[in-house]
Design a binder for this molecule. Sequence first.
Ligand code: NAD
Length: 254
Amino acid sequence: MTSGVRHSTLEGRVALVTGGASGIGLACVHALAAAGAKVHVVDVDARGAEAAAAAIGGWAHAGDLTDPAVIDALPDQLDVLVNNAGVQHVAALHEFPPEQFARIQALMVTAPFLLIRRSLPAMYARGWGRIVNVSSVHGLRASAYKAAYVTAKHALEGLSKVAALEGAEHGVTSNCVNPGYVRTPLVTGQIDAQAEEHGLAADEVVEQVLLRRAAIKRLIEPADVADLVVWLCGEHAGHVTGASLPLDGGWSAA
Ligand code: NAD
């Protein structure tokens, strides 16, 4: 028996990763390809999607996932679907721009719903499928000023559980991964903004502001999230479904 994480091979499997041009999505693209999967990379950033797909011999699809017509044009013969694309908007609830709220729900709730809906028939026909939803500690806990994001991630948790219940008899699992703060452009942008707002150095923002509620005062690396995503796609994880797996440095334990 070998030691370490037992990543069963994804040889012959086809995966699709949304938001695959950057951050956690890009790490998932690389980790899935390294495990043997052929990967479709979907992103609004066309050049980023092309670069990510070229690096692993996959396929790039450029498009804005808030547009259902873009989703209709994506491949539907998938074994693995990773719902990852997401954005943040920080504003007080009483001032939160309604159009930003609606756009975030469209990208982070409706697009995963449409993609799951579209992918299930082929997964059911083959009797096997893995849906991994990149949620957040904010799918389990709230933070002030993130109304749209917290709402969307909590909704994604519910969607993931329904997919788990319906998929069970067809060999399809659905799970959420729930990272705390991960070192990606989504977060480095927030660090810069908060450093300016609080008059703090970047490392002070990370420890005192972002990781205030985490026991481990270290940003998570995208590859660590991607390893958990690939683990969920293995044969060994067939009984893990409807779960939400925190990688949050102990935030949700407190
Ligand atoms: P990122 O900004 O590095 O990457 C997000 C990707 O999504 C980008 O490539 C972007 O172009 C793409 N995207 C954005 N809007 C899109 C749209 N309308 N259509 C298609 N693609 C679009 O961000 P990240 O930190 O890697 O975040 C990825 C996911 O992880 C998000 O769902 C985020 O909520 C979640 N998450 C991130 C953290 C973190 O700390 N970074 C923590 C928990 C959860």
